[in-house]
Design a binder for this molecule. Structure first.
Ligand SMILES: *[C@@H]1O[C@H](CO)[C@@H](O)[C@H](O)[C@H]1NC(C)=O
Ligand SMILES: *[C@@H]1O[C@H](CO)[C@@H](O)[C@H](O)[C@H]1NC(C)=O
Ligand SMILES: *[C@@H]1O[C@H](CO)[C@@H](O)[C@H](O)[C@H]1NC(C)=O
Ligand SMILES: *[C@@H]1O[C@H](CO)[C@@H](O)[C@H](O)[C@H]1NC(C)=O
Ligand SMILES: *[C@@H]1O[C@H](CO)[C@@H](O)[C@H](O)[C@H]1NC(C)=O
Ligand SMILES: *[C@@H]1O[C@H](CO)[C@@H](O)[C@H](O)[C@H]1NC(C)=O
Ligand SMILES: *[C@@H]1O[C@H](CO)[C@@H](O)[C@H](O)[C@H]1NC(C)=O
Ligand SMILES: *[C@@H]1O[C@H](CO)[C@@H](O)[C@H](O)[C@H]1NC(C)=O
Length: 351
């Protein structure tokens, strides 16, 4: 059972009955996000990628020294435990407050993804399936907030390496437990300041591609290092396309992200010369000049897919969150299950 139609009233009881019953009820009533449908089970692990960058627009003194890679991958291991909470508490609390979800609601959501499950058998650095790098939205939610799609891809054999940039996300936690809290997007980031944040994302992706052979060796994992696609949501979608100028990327998919930097140049320099899909909400093409101009310069194969009845907030796990706690400000009129099916089907078909 995925959905508990009484989730709201259960949550209300929780706050009344206090901690003991809260733990008890969450145990009983924990709600799982839609599970992946592919033939594999799904593992997840994290690594810090060290990179000294002294033009970081968001870091204290403009210096960052690491970003976070979260890796979703296929595994043969059956889950040994019930589904686990899948968002850091720091993220769950942040969005509960920001989007008026019931306190504890996002913290109680679980996923069947297994932390640090064994990789499939296979030679290090090789896999019949491509690898996909992924970038989340600017200002969040981080990679974990896209688990429905990323676990679906992993269950079909892909390895996805998601990149969270410290201070760009409201909260991230490195594997050693060190947390980084960022609030820039809420408090001071102006439109003019987005371009350097975008550039930092593209640089992270480029560093990830350079370090991929070493990362794969450290993980001792059958991850394909030669056939790599690029995917992202919002600012991460723009950066996914911006990373395609790197020869290591073969194709790219931008989920609802406005273009910045070179991708927004509106001249022939924006041509990535490779297959691109722009996948967005119904008004994105008409409402965003960068979406109208980018295709003019593409010489590779190119498609749009616009989904009626959606807003930007339907292109990540929030489309499911708002199913449980409806709020007309937090998405479109589309049935969230239909949106999940559309997203999973077309992203999979593209890659
Ligand atoms: C950091 O970078 C931003 C944006 O590039 C700039 O406005 C700011 O002055 C820099 N801050 C420091 C302390 O260097
Ligand atoms: C959350 O509640 C505040 C205060 O009532 C309101 O101003 C804001 O628009 C709400 N936000 C959302 C996303 O519902
Ligand atoms: C990567 O995947 C492609 C497509 O399946 C395959 O042709 C190629 O041999 C793989 N590369 C490695 C190094 O495993
Ligand atoms: C934890 O890891 C991050 C990323 O490598 C690093 O910046 C931080 O200093 C580390 N924290 C501690 C306490 O070692
Ligand atoms: C494209 O536009 C950018 C930004 O306006 C400019 O720097 C670049 O020289 C232009 N390139 C071409 C090929 O026109
Ligand atoms: C992009 O360039 C085309 C033709 O060169 C022009 O018609 C269009 O208005 C430009 N778009 C933007 C957003 O500047
Ligand atoms: C989709 O949305 C667009 C823009 O609102 C509208 O013109 C079009 O008729 C809609 N299509 C369908 C099939 O509802
Ligand atoms: C979504 O896909 C599943 C599996 O194919 C199907 O059972 C379900 O009816 C679909 N839901 C919607 C709303 O399209």
């Amino acid at each position: 059972m995925i959905i508990n139609p009484n989730a709201r009233s259960v949550m209300h009881c929780l706050t009344v009955f206090g901690l003991v019953s809260l733990q008890f009820l969450i145990l009983v009533e924990a709600i799982s996000i839609p599970p992946p449908t592919g033939p594999y089970h799904v593992g997840k692990t994290r690594r810090a990628i060290h990179h000294y960058y002294d033009h970081d627009p968001l870091a204290p003194n403009n210096i960052s020294t690491a970003f976070l890679a979260t890796i979703f991958y296929p595994t043969d291991q059956k889950p040994k435990a019930p589904p686990q909470p899948y968002l850091w508490n720091g993220i769950a609390e942040y969005y509960e407050n920001r989007w008026n979800y019931t306190k504890g609601f996002l913290q109680s959501l679980t996923s069947i993804v297994q932390y640090d499950a064994p990789f499939l058998e296979g030679s290090v650095g090789q896999s019949p399936f491509p690898t996909i790098i992924f970038g989340p939205g600017g200002g969040g939610p981080p990679v974990d907030g896209n688990t429905i799609l990323l676990s679906e891809l992993a269950s079909h054999g892909y390895t996805i390496i998601g990149v969270d940039h410290p201070w760009d996300q409201p909260y991230i936690q490195f594997p050693n437990g060190t947390a980084v809290v960022g609030t820039a997007w809420d408090t001071w980031l102006t439109l003019a300041q987005v371009t350097p944040v975008y550039e930092a994302r593209v640089i992270d992706n480029t560093v990830l591609l350079e370090t991929l052979p070493q990362l794969v060796e450290d993980l001792n994992a059958p991850i394909n290092t030669s056939l790599i696609g690029s995917l992202g949501f919002s600012l991460g979608g723009a950066a996914a396309i911006g990373t395609m100028y790197d020869e290591k990327i073969v194709s790219g998919l931008n989920m609802d992200g406005s273009f910045w930097g070179r991708t927004a140049a509106n001249n022939s320099s924006s041509d990535v010369k490779k297959p691109v899909l722009l996948f967005g909400h119904e008004l994105h093409l008409g409402g965003d000049p960068s979406w109208a101009s980018f295709p003019l310069w593409q010489t590779g194969s190119f498609r749009y897919l616009l989904v009626n009845g959606t807003t930007e907030l339907d292109f990540f796990d929030n489309t499911f969150w708002r199913l449980l706690e409806p709020n007309s400000q937090l998405g479109g009129t589309v049935d969230p299950y239909r949106m999940i099916n559309i997203t999973n089907a077309y992203v999979k078909a593209f890659f």
